[in-house]
Ligand binder design. Sequence first.
Ligand SMILES: [Zn+2]
Ligand SMILES: [Zn+2]
Length: 89
Amino acid sequence: MPKLTARMRAYHIALIADSLCVCGCGRQATLVHHPLQEHPDQGTRRNHEYVVAMHWTCHNAVHAHGSDQYAEAAADHRARAISEGKLGD
Ligand SMILES: [Zn+2]
Ligand SMILES: [Zn+2]
């Protein structure tokens, strides 16, 4: 599994704090989710730079259902974080 660096961890914490659940339910996010479908650029599903923020109940539902459509959202969040200097080298 790819390493979760301190920088990625800080990104996750900031994303949770700044986000409502990606599903659109309107609740404050409580955790990050690694989308079940990989973005073409991401290499491995557990790439910690590709995440979306969710409320934990919606997160449980996604995993129970076994599919989601959040790969593009995760890539968009990552691109924004890189442009803001929060991810990348
Ligand atoms: Zn939700
Ligand atoms: Zn998840």
